[in-house]
Design a protein. Structure first.
Lengths: 216, 234
């Protein structure tokens, strides 16, 4: 792949940008999902609102959501924050439901045992319920990270797309630059697989009792 | 004028609803978008559902299915579209886009059907065999009806993914609602872009509600509580 070798420095910096566009939303989305999932698990009314709203947001196609962000946030059309905010919404939509289900699946006997040992609600959440939800949480984070990395490229249509830049540029040059397009695709897939693998390892380290189930 | 007023002004402009001088109106764009989507989902379903049912019934090749699905999730839709259109030529753009959409929908449907059939309560399957059902009857009368919630779940995600990717297909000169976003962007008309985004979102939500309605009608009431698709075996 001559093209990749010739453009290595540029590719590395754009890959960094791509990862930032894709993964900052995963981190922010995870931080937002935890309290929301806790609320959804605790009050059935909150669940009855949060789960359908998440499903509805997850339904909106990425290009449409990118374009709608300036309306909701008041940002400029070409602001990178639009793509990151939209991907954050997808991440939250995916994780709230998954984590709420995982929290609901913690056996009542475990919760009672923790309470009997003296845990109060907050301590019990962090020491008992959340760790038990880790395998589901990691599985959700992996799906969100991989699909975000692939979706960032769509943002190139509105000017913010990390490695998506090479896909469109290769398409629009005449004659089309196949090496550039294939190089862009390969890099995006490699980034996604590397991040997925790292997250899988993190999952194994965080939930050693569940090694078989995490590596789906 | 606020952007919301601009969107409603754009959407209520009668000129945008009729096709004049070769400029497609909203009904024609809708028809194009629906056409790309239905064609791709139907082709993908015809290929993936029987294959997924076979793999789920026999249990052979299950690991392969899960692996394929996971690796397809990493593939950038935009790249796949661009590459296929270039390879097949712009004259065959519609065919190229349809192939890309089918390729994206197959893994989702395959995984859903496989998981659905695989996760049918083994006791029910054994009981069916014990009653003297043939393998074909077990599949058609027991496994597939029980797998319907998961198959429909997969059909809904595949349809949404195809609608979203068909939007991007406007980049490679196809029609559909994506045109409004692409053309609005290149003409710096934000009202057109935003109105297009609203139309795309509305189409996706209506499609999801329609399929959810069909699922509610088709799936046996006894299975509704499990319609989340949580695996009962394991």
């Amino acid at each position: 792949m001559n093209w990749i070798i010739d453009h290595l420095p540029q590719l590395l910096s754009v890959s960094g940008e791509h990862l930032q566009l894709a993964l900052v939303p995963v981190a922010v989305g995870l931080l937002l999902s935890l309290p929301l999932a806790w609320v959804a698990n605790r009050w059935p009314v909150a669940r009855a609102i949060l789960v359908p709203v998440s499903a509805l947001l997850y339904t909106i196609p990425s290009l449409a959501l990118f374009v709608m962000m300036p309306l909701l946030l008041g940002t400029k059309v070409l602001d990178p924050i639009n793509v990151q905010a939209a991907l954050t919404i997808y991440t939250v939509a995916l994780l709230v439901r998954a984590i709420a289900d995982a929290l609901a699946a913690v056996p009542e006997s475990v919760i009672q045992a923790a309470s009997a040992m003296g845990y109060r609600a907050v301590g019990r959440f962090f020491a008992v319920e959340l760790p038990l939800a880790v395998p589901v949480l990691i599985a959700g984070v992996r799906v969100a990270a991989v699909s975000n990395i692939s979706l960032v490229a769509v943002g190139q249509i509105i000017g913010v797309g990390g490695l998506g830049f090479f896909l469109l540029q290769g398409f629009q040059s005449s004659p089309p630059n196949y090496q550039e397009i294939v190089g862009g695709i390969v890099l995006i897939v490699v980034l996604a697989l590397v991040v997925d693998g790292l997250l899988a390892l993190a999952g194994r380290a965080l939930a050693p009792w569940n090694r078989k189930a995490v590596s789906r | 004028m606020s952007i919301f007023d601009q969107i409603s002004a754009w959407l209520s402009d009668p000129d945008h609803w009729k096709t004049t001088l070769g400029i497609a109106g909203i009904p024609q764009r809708l028809a194009e978008h629906v056409q790309y989507t239905v064609l791709a989902v139907v082709i993908a379903a015809v290929i993936a559902i029987p294959l997924g049912a076979y793999i789920g019934h026999t249990g052979r090749g299950g690991t392969l299915v899960v692996g394929i699905v996971n690796s397809f999730r990493a593939l950038p839709e935009l790249g796949l579209l661009i590459l296929l259109v270039l390879v097949m030529g712009l004259a065959l753009a519609l065919e190229a886009v349809t192939i890309a959409l089918v390729l994206l929908a197959i893994p989702v449907l395959l995984a859903g059907t496989y998981a659905g059939v695989r996760n049918v309560d083994r006791a029910a399957v054994d009981a069916a065999r014990g009653m003297g059902m043939s393998e074909w009857q077990v599949l058609v009368k027991v496994e597939l009806p029980n797998a319907l919630p998961l198959i429909f779940g997969a059909l809904r995600s595949a349809t949404l993914q195809v609608i979203a990717t068909a939007t991007i297909a406007a980049v490679v000169s196809l029609g559909g609602f994506g045109r409004y976003v692409i053309d609005g962007n290149s003409q710096r008309e934000f009202d057109q872009m935003a109105a297009g985004a609203v139309l795309i979102a509305a189409l996706a939500i209506v499609a999801e509600l329609l399929l959810a309605g069909v699922q509610w009608l088709v799936v046996s009431p006894g299975l509704r509580k499990n319609s989340r698709g949580r695996a009962r075996v394991r």
